[in-house]
Write a protein that binds this ligand. Structure first.
Ligand code: FES
Ligand SMILES: [Fe+2]
Length: 427
């Protein structure tokens, strides 16, 4: 349970808020690179941490992420003309380059100096791993580039999708940290989803007695979830939470790809749920890419041309009560991603954490909240944000079966190590 004040501390992300200032110390996934597919392509609206921005790729291929609104009289530059190395406002022709600098102000003589004094807010971007990342923090605090395993893999080895979720980022992150819900919410799909059915992991994950063993890591938490396997053995699933909003999940089925998520605040009532499926040593098969587009595994089926899921809050997630009754979908909603979204959005745009009753299976959530609060306070005092070192991000999730008497910690710390060119540890 949190006080009302603490709930606000953790869930508000706009400029000047403690979490907002903390999150602005990290590279933030802003767009899929395919959203700006070519030079001078149409600009894209991007809202991040409550700030309305517009992204464009200029004539030279440079990416700009600048204030959405024209400095003249506030027209949205989403209507802008992307031409000759700049975005031109269609109202009176003021034009801005990727740094937000006004480069043409047709109504004023250049000698007046007026043009030079007009500059929109802009943030630096990099393209890495199929994602356009932005840094929105103080220039002197800019961290090393993102170093997650999936950003370094060839495009053939990874699939990244994103979907709009109508809730605050924190309840989505907490859903990712809490793997005890898998035995309930995703129970039906463990037996039927093409990435889960007939795997050892899916068989053991049905066990509803989950015990957690949580270790601190440089970037967040290593969360071991223990369930009974065959007599005398435990099935362990190790997920990683990495500051500030990333998780890594082991596959069900040893040969399957790894998965990861990022839940990035759009504003305090909405977040973008990013899902990454990646294999350290193999291309993702074409048939798996098709399954992903169709909303299997950790991905959602999207309304074409948008990032809105086909099943969403406005249509009650297309809930099917017959499938709920039969157990095919435990809460009646199709697909793991939308099962998560449906329950998380049902908590309200920002969950009221003053009324919750946390139990031992929520321990990782409690620790993660504390880590976020501490990090927010540290940055506010002028300190550094945690988890920014390249090593903190270059880790793996894992799953394995261990005899009951074996040392979990020793096995876990070895299994989550990144090994270049070598497959991950998973059963
Ligand atoms: S409002 Fe943009 S040029 Fe006038
Ligand atoms: Fe889930």
């Amino acid at each position: 349970m949190l006080t009302h004040e603490m709930n606000g501390f953790l869930t508000r992300t706009g400029p000047g808020t403690p979490m907002g200032e903390l999150f602005r110390r990290y590279w933030i996934p802003a767009l899929l690179d395919g959203e700006l597919p070519e030079h001078d392509c149409p600009p894209v609206r991007v809202k991040l941490l409550g700030e309305k921005l517009v992204a464009f790729r200029d004539t030279e291929g440079r990416i700009g992420l600048i204030d959405e609104f024209c400095a003249h009289r506030g027209v949205s530059l989403w209507f802008g003309r992307n031409e000759e190395c700049g975005l031109r406002c269609p109202y009176h022709g003021w034009k801005y380059d990727v740094n937000g600098q006004c480069v043409d102000l047709p109504s004023e003589p250049e000698e007046s100096g007026m043009r030079k004094s007009i500059k929109l807010k802009s943030y630096p971007c990099v393209e890495l791993g199929g994602v356009i990342w932005v840094y929105m923090g103080p220039p002197e605090e800019k961290p090393p580039l993102p170093n997650f395993e999936w950003v370094h893999l060839p495009p053939s080895h990874r699939v990244t999708t994103k979907r709009w979720q109508e809730s605050n980022y924190l309840q989505a992150v907490e859903g990712g940290i809490d793997s005890s819900h898998v035995s309930f919410l995703h129970r039906g799909d463990l037996a039927t989803d093409p990435f889960h059915r007939n795997t050892a992991g899916a068989k053991f994950a049905k066990s509803t007695t989950t015990t957690f063993h949580i270790l601190d890591s440089a970037g967040g938490l290593i969360i071991g979830a223990r369930r009974d396997a065959d007599p005398g053995n435990y099935y362990w699933r190790i997920t990683q939470w990495i500051m500030p909003w990333y998780t890594l999940i082991p596959p069900y089925g040893g040969g399957n790809a790894l998965n990861g998520h990022a839940w990035v605040p759009i504003d305090d009532e909405n977040c973008m749920a990013w899902s990454m499926t990646f294999h350290p040593t193999h291309p993702i098969p074409e048939k798996h890419i098709e399954l992903i587009k169709d909303g299997n595994g950790v991905h959602a089926e999207l309304i074409p041309g948008t990032f809105r899921p086909v099943a969403n809050r406005s249509n009650d997630y297309l809930i099917d009560r017959a499938k709920q009754k039969s157990g095919r979908h435990y809460n009646g909603v199709r697909g793991l991603a939308m099962q998560d979204a449906s329950v998380q959005e049902s908590m309200g745009t920002t969950a009221d954490r003053t009324k919750e009753h946390l139990r031992s299976t929520d321990r990782a959530i409690i620790i993660a909240r504390q880590r976020l609060v501490n990090a927010g306070k540290e940055v506010r005092k002028g300190g550094k944000a945690p988890g920014l070192s390249p090593e903190a991000q270059l880790v793996r999730s894992a799953s394995f079966i261990l005899p009951a008497e074996a040392d979990f910690e020793e096995h876990a710390l070895d299994a989550v190590k990144y090994r270049e060119g070598a497959p991950h540890v998973a059963v």
